[in-house]
Design a protein around this ligand. Structure first.
Ligand code: ATP
Length: 367
């Protein structure tokens, strides 16, 4: 069983400037056999360090790491039965693609016919068969990336680790290779742990996503759950683009009041927010859940916002309309047929079933 478990894993670095610096604080999770799990978070949040500890390239300061059914705390990387694909591919420039793919197995002194068979299989899976005699410099970035993946595949490891493997590719190629990786996962039925700072990559590839910030796991959940039920304002703001809007509000008598307006809450939300009656909260609403009044039939004025349009960005398939509530800029992601002019006072309709609420001091989601 190719599962990976972290039990209260901590990584501290002794840093001249920062003193003792905790890069990963008490990480606890289980990655199941055959699961595709993505670690995501801003630069420096500790995701690469987590992956490097799994690989054995870094020793954790405390806690246990389990791969399969073995505690691997003191096990050398090569004995962990994992294969890691790095950002820069790390191909040998003087070797052909065939030699690059065979290299690891030759080192392991595997029989020649087995090496040939595995290289042919991997090349076939990745569409590299016609390129085996070329050198890396004769390949495109996307093809080189596939060779790097191929080197991992031939080793037939328990677990694949990917560290930002697409970051050197241009935007179009990134989408293409992303789709290839998702297909590859289905084909191989392998356990994959993947690190990225790109939330779109995380949402499209991950069966589950681990969101990290400042060394701490903020939430582990499926893409849908992260999107609909973020644990806190960090996750809510990090997942989704454009980011979720946060509106400073106050709960009173079943309504959320904010500068220049209020929205009536449904019964379930009102009872969930009972403890916050008369108190400030942060109301969260995603840009795609705010509509122009000319596009949506308004049954009631109970969940509208009236505000002056500040900026409009035309993206072709959709328009981003910006307006202000209090000190915060709010974005609505509207259909391009929605009429909006800069300076216009416009009515926006909020899908109130999609509202979420956070405690303003802890930033934890209340409802
Ligand atoms: P990025 O997306 O930029 O690669 P990351 O989330 O992968 O970021 P890590 O590489 O895991 O971040 O680093 C986490 C923190 O640990 C950072 O603040 C980094 O500066 C620090 N760090 C990493 N390696 C070392 C080291 N060898 N010595 C001291 N500090 C380190």
């Amino acid at each position: 069983m190719a599962r990976v478990e972290f039990k209260n894993v901590v990584k501290e670095y002794v840093d001249e400037k920062r003193g003792n610096f905790t890069a990963v604080t008490g990480s606890d999770f289980i990655i199941n056999d055959k699961e595709f799990v993505v670690f995501v978070g801003p630069s420096g949040c500790g995701k690469s360090t987590s992956l490097r500890m799994m690989a054995g390239l870094e020793r954790q300061s405390s806690g246990d790491i389990i791969i399969g059914d073995r505690i691997v705390n003191d096990m050398h990387p090569k004995d962990r039965d994992i294969a890691m694909v790095f950002q820069d591919y790390a191909l040998y420039p003087h070797m052909t693609i065939r030699e690059n793919l065979s290299f690891g197995l030759k080192n392991l002194k595997r029989p020649k016919d087995e090496i040939e068979r595995k290289v042919a299989e991997a090349a076939n899976i990745l569409g590299l068969t016609d390129m085996l005699e070329r050198k890396p410099r004769e390949l495109s970035g996307g093809q080189r990336q596939r060779v790097a993946v191929g080197r991992a595949i031939v080793r037939d490891p328990q677990v694949f680790l990917f560290d930002e493997p697409l970051s050197n590719l241009d935007a179009k190629l990134r989408v293409q290779v992303r789709v290839e990786l998702a297909e590859l996962h289905k084909r191989l039925g392998a356990t994959i742990v993947y690190v990225t700072h790109d939330q779109v990559e995380a949402m499209t590839l991950g069966e589950r996503i681990v969101v990290m910030n400042k060394g701490t796991i903020q939430q582990i959940a499926s893409p849908t759950e992260l999107y609909n039920k973020p644990n806190n304002m960090f996750v809510a703001g990090f997942i989704g683009s454009p980011a979720m809007n946060f509106i400073d509000s106050r709960i009173e008598g079943g309504r959320a009041f904010f500068e220049g307006g209020s929205i009536a809450l449904d019964d379930a939300m009102t009872s969930g927010l009972k403890a916050y009656e008369g108190k400030p909260v942060v109301m969260g609403i995603r840009p795609e859940h705010i509509y122009g009044d000319d596009f949506v039939h308004i049954a009631s004025k109970e969940h509208t916002i009236v505000a002056q349009v500040q900026v409009i960005e035309n993206l072709g398939a959709e328009n981003l309309v910006y307006f202000r509530i209090g000190s915060r800029m709010v974005t609505a992601r509207v259909n391009p047929v929605t009429e909006a002019r800069i300076g216009q006072t416009k009515t926006f309709v909020v899908d109130r079933s999609k509202l979420v609420f956070f405690d303003p001091s802890t930033e934890v989601r209340i409802e």
